[in-house]
Write a protein that binds this ligand. Structure first.
Ligand SMILES: [Fe+2]
Ligand SMILES: [Fe+2]
Length: 476
């Protein structure tokens, strides 16, 4: 726990060092409005609201529009602004009845951060801090207070995998708020009663209870899932995964191996490993509908031998389409539906293309492509790579580390040269790290088969030890 807090505070420090100007500009805007109002002697005017709109545009719109997921799904905008608006309405109501904004920044900011990531979280802090300060007559003290506790909330909730982590983050924000109120009492303007201190402490804690309770409803309604929600879906007793394990055991096994590869690679390039793991579980879910058409589930004969290559192409495309339909039916996250849609990108089904060319040399590559689109985010790119690599490495007869490395590099190069990764956001550096990680995981998976010949008793003992090692590697 302390390591997480330490990491959050380090990242927070880096953020302030890089984006201090956003912080200062917001304070300056609040300063400007407050004193220009006194100077012109006007009440809340249209100018103030216009400044609020411009500020929302600069802090929210410009920031979130850079986030990949906002570009992919309008639902992200809708959910983002809905959470902000509901937070603001509740705050205004509490201000009119109790004279104090009742909802601490914790509720909307933590919800937005766990669902949509750090950038969206920061954007919501600026908006929420400004509008709350506006309610409190542009008090500079409160603006700073909201900004500090909001940004701390973002950094404490940005990588949350368990519900209890939200409660822990709330407790930290509570302590910070109480500390800030104490400082105010001692060094600045003392408040005659200690109501503010109590509010500062209890507000984030109560907000965290609401946040934890409301999260599953937002996830179900918007299909935007936090890592907590995605982890719950990744439970292997999910009805869709059970269906896959019964109807297409080969595909199920392939998906589980793929999940290990994808998770390790995602961790290495610091994207969401939970999305990568659970996305891998579901990526071929459409194969549950016609499992016998896929090689990993074939026991007797291959039905494609009796089919025209054009029909085989339709059957292969069908697993993507059927997967998306199942994802919608079971309300899987939008991003997992994207992974299903994008895991083959617009790649050519080479085997059937060449088979078709044998009878008709005029046939075009375009007629044997998956419908796409190409992967649109890093986790989807990783799954595309891992998918091809898992199948290719399984076909190596006597795997050695060098053979595995050669195969991984070849498959990645092919996909890269086909320009399938162009829209995924993966950089060359990312791809290098992904190759390294894939090789590491695959070598440790095939460790037993690679390292030890089966003859001497000493080696048999070592083999058992090697088996335990690779098993524990899986369990990590
Ligand atoms: Fe597939
Ligand atoms: Fe696959």
């Amino acid at each position: 726990m302390f390591n997480n807090i330490k990491k959050a505070l380090e990242d927070l420090g880096k953020f302030f060092a890089k984006k201090w100007y956003l912080f200062v500009s917001q304070i300056l805007v609040i300063f400007f409005i407050k004193y220009s109002r006194a100077f012109f002697n006007v009440e809340r005017t249209i100018i103030e609201y216009s400044i609020l709109v411009v500020l929302v545009y600069i802090t929210c719109e410009l920031n979130v529009s850079k986030v990949r997921f906002f570009k992919l799904h309008k639902n992200y905008y809708f959910t983002f602004y809905s959470i902000l608006t509901v937070g603001m309405v509740l705050n205004s109501l509490s201000y009119s009845y109790f004279g104090y904004p009742g909802i601490s920044v914790f509720l909307p900011v933590s919800l937005i951060t766990v669902l949509m990531g750090t950038t969206a979280g920061i954007a919501s802090v600026y908006y929420f801090a400004f509008s709350s300060a506006m309610m409190l007559n542009y008090s500079l003290k409160y603006s700073l207070f909201f900004l500090f506790s909001g940004i701390l909330t973002v950094f404490l909730t940005r990588r949350i995998n368990k519900r209890i982590d939200i409660a822990r983050a709330a407790l930290m924000v509570s302590l910070l708020q109480t500390f800030l109120f104490f400082i105010n009492e001692i060094f600045f303007i003392p408040v005659s009663n200690y109501r503010n201190i109590l509010e500062g402490f209890f507000n984030p804690v109560i907000s965290s209870i609401i946040a934890i309770g409301i999260l599953p409803y937002i996830e179900y309604a918007s299909r935007i899932y936090s890592s907590i929600g995605i982890l719950e879906l990744g439970n292997l007793s999910h009805p869709l995964l059970k269906l896959l394990s019964m109807k297409a055991p080969g595909t199920y096994y392939h998906s589980v191996v793929l999940a290990n590869l994808a998770e390790a690679a995602a961790e290495r390039i610091e994207v969401n490993p939970i999305l990568a793991r659970v996305g891998a579980y579901f990526h071929d879910i459409g194969k549950a509908k016609k499992p016998e058409f896929f090689i990993e589930n074939q026991q007797l004969e291959n039905p494609h031998s009796f089919l025209h290559p054009g029909l085989s192409h339709i059957v292969l495309n069908f697993h993507v389409k059927a997967g998306c339909e199942l994802a919608r039916k079971y309300r899987l996250p939008l991003l997992i539906e994207d992974i299903i849609k994008q895991h083959h990108g617009t790649r050519v089904q080479k085997f059937f293309y060449h088979k078709a060319r044998e009878t008709n040399p005029e046939v075009k590559e375009e007629d044997f492509k998956y419908p796409g689109p190409k992967p649109q985010f890093k986790e989807a790119g990783i799954i595309m790579l891992a998918d091809s690599i898992e199948a290719a490495v399984r076909s190596i007869k006597d795997p050695t580390p060098s053979k595995i490395e050669e195969m991984v590099t070849e498959v990645v190069n092919d996909i890269y040269n086909e320009r399938e990764l162009d829209e995924s956001g993966l950089t060359l550096k990312d791809i290098e790290l992904i190759i390294e990680e894939f090789v590491k995981v695959l070598v440790s998976t095939y460790h037993q088969r690679i390292e030890y010949p089966q003859d001497s008793p000493k080696n048999v003992l070592l083999q058992i030890k090697g088996g335990e090692d690779s098993e524990s590697e899986h369990n990590k």
